[in-house]
Design a protein around this ligand. Structure first.
Ligand code: ZN
Length: 217
């Protein structure tokens, strides 16, 4: 606990002290995040750190296994999705899974949830992921199945998102972009789903500002 108290003081003395106008603007003008970022509660996944973003940039929903419950199931995740889309008018939604995910491991190995009734009930929503892995990836070893499950879990959540009428509307009108990511803890790499080839691949290279064109050149 003392570590956190010291951390608060360090935040105030360093980051806050050098970003006062950012915080003043956020307080006075409210939040206008462009992205709804849905990820796992895992302590090793730190959205602002891995995306180099500032306070106010990401509207974050975290839960065990970065799950988007079916649209008919009310709850905190559905409320956050509705608020992000209807009120904040985010223009992108990212579902970010990660390697070594305990939730995905539990989906593949339900016996690890014995004695954890709430976890078991929550991750019953992962049944579809378990079925996909059993059907398509049974030839892989345990590590391969785990990686496949992490990736398929992200895709299932993107599908669940499309079932929200407001999301479907915005996608159709081109007002919303949706991406599936997998963050690899050991390397810091982020893999993005490419719907054209139907696979996850390394994230596209950073955008480079266009070269300046001088008059007369
Ligand atoms: Zn996780």
């Amino acid at each position: 606990m003392q570590k956190l108290v010291d951390g608060v003081h360090a935040f105030q003395a360093k980051y806050f002290a050098t970003h006062k106008s950012l915080f003043r603007n956020l307080a006075e003008r409210g939040q206008h995040p462009e992205t709804l970022f849905i990820t796992c509660s895992d302590s090793r996944v730190v959205p602002n750190l891995i995306t180099s973003t500032e306070p106010g940039d990401l509207f974050i929903v975290r839960n065990v296994g970065n799950v988007v419950p079916h649209v008919t199931v009310p709850g905190g995740t559905a409320a956050a999705i509705e608020y992000a889309v209807e009120v904040l008018k985010v223009t992108s939604v990212i579902v970010c899974g990660h390697t070594h995910c305990g939730a995905v491991n539990a989906i593949l190995n339900p016996e690890t949830m014995d004695g954890l009734p709430f976890v078991k009930r929550w991750l019953a929503q992962g049944e579809r992921v378990r079925a996909i892995v059993a059907e398509r990836y049974s030839h892989l070893d345990e590590a391969g199945k785990m990686l496949a499950a992490v990736s398929e879990n992200v895709l299932v959540q993107l599908e669940n998102l499309r079932a929200f009428p407001n999301i479907a509307d915005r996608l159709e009108r081109g007002e919303l972009a949706m991406s599936g990511w997998v963050y690899e803890i050991a390397s810091g790499d982020v893999f993005e789903f490419d719907p054209v080839i139907g696979q996850f691949g390394p994230m596209s290279p950073p955008s480079i500002p266009p070269p300046k064109v001088w008059p007369g050149v």
